[in-house]
Design a protein around this ligand. Sequence first.
Ligand SMILES: NC(=O)c1ccc[n+]([C@@H]2O[C@H](COP(=O)([O-])OP(=O)(O)OC[C@H]3O[C@@H](n4cnc5c(N)ncnc54)[C@H](O)[C@@H]3O)[C@@H](O)[C@H]2O)c1
Ligand SMILES: [Zn+2]
Length: 369
Amino acid sequence: MKVFNYTFDRRPCRVTIGDGVLRMAGSTISRCRRGGKVLVVSDSNVAPLYADPVCRSLREAGLECRLAVVPAGEDSKSSERLAELYDELADMRLGRDGFLVAVGGGVVGDLTGFAAATWLRGVDFVICPTSVMAVVDASIGGKTGINHHTGKNLIGAFHQPVEVLIDPTCLRTLERRDLQAGLAESIKHALIEDEGFVSWHEAQREPILGCHPQTMGELIARNVAIKAKIVTQDAREQSGIRARLNFGHTIGHAIEASCGYRLRHGECVAFGMVAASRISQVLGLLSEEQHERVEALIRSFGLAVPVGEMTSYETLSSYIAGDKKVAASRVRWVLLSGIGRSVIRDDVDEAVVRDAIALTHAPRSPWTC
Ligand SMILES: NC(=O)c1ccc[n+]([C@@H]2O[C@H](COP(=O)([O-])OP(=O)(O)OC[C@H]3O[C@@H](n4cnc5c(N)ncnc54)[C@H](O)[C@@H]3O)[C@@H](O)[C@H]2O)c1
Ligand SMILES: [Zn+2]
């Protein structure tokens, strides 16, 4: 069992990683609170697998617990599902001493966190992340929110969880495609921050893809440490430090939007990372050899990603221009200035971006829009 204590945005957050932590959720959480009501939120895939042990353990610890299950999938990050959670909270009269617990992937975490951020102007929440995307990325950093019909994550709040309980064995039931997509964010953390972690991914590819518990435990701990280090320095995305986490996301978000969110976020980010690495190489920030290493690593995890006209510059450029990271109409690119080092540049020529996207084109990818 590994326990990390952080302070994000002046709020303490404890992260516990270990086999069986979900079965001990009640005793872990009740160490710092007595009594109170809890709404556990999960989705239709995860609830039958992992929500029951969490609820049972909360009840055994003397907490009054109710379970809300939303349909699995991105569509649940909606105002309709949020309103249902508010109805549930009102019905159980959950007060300021109550809290919410998310059991699931990034969708459940973002939705539950936003409900917690806004119910009674903010109650505590706990995340029990069960997907790779959620354990390595979404559950650390306090970004919560839902989607608007005009775009993803447009409605949200910064609200830090008080506890994050991660059981690496949960990852074994993930679909392979979700496992691989989540790993894109792990590779991203390594590429922007830690060359040793890049080599570790190269060496541990098989146990990672096989979801070996010890390997996944180490992968999670190293990701949590990298994300926490960055978030601690810039909890509300103000100083620019946190912007480095957007490596691969400018083109990644454009692909996601252009194909109507039918591809996994991580698949799109993986394509975006290869293209951003190529831009870095063209600008002289990376050698050809270093770029090839980045591309080989990403593709070795089955993340060669999408095909067809949606990866053309013409299709993506309008989405890139509308990206949230565009400051004063210049696109702010997160690029690599070495393996494990990142830099932000706003002076990248459109022609360089067009060529990088063309070169990243992956005709053998099995996934199309
Ligand atoms: N808040 C943040 O900082 C942050 C960061 C990254 C991503 N996100 C958000 O996270 C979401 C993507 O996360 P995701 O990939 O976890 O999506 P998800 O929550 O939809 O999970 C993916 C699929 O895996 C299933 N699943 C989850 N855990 C499982 C398990 N252990 N066994 C079997 N099935 C399981 C889910 O039911 C779902 O079908 C997006 O909405 C994205 O915007 C948020
Ligand atoms: Zn991401």
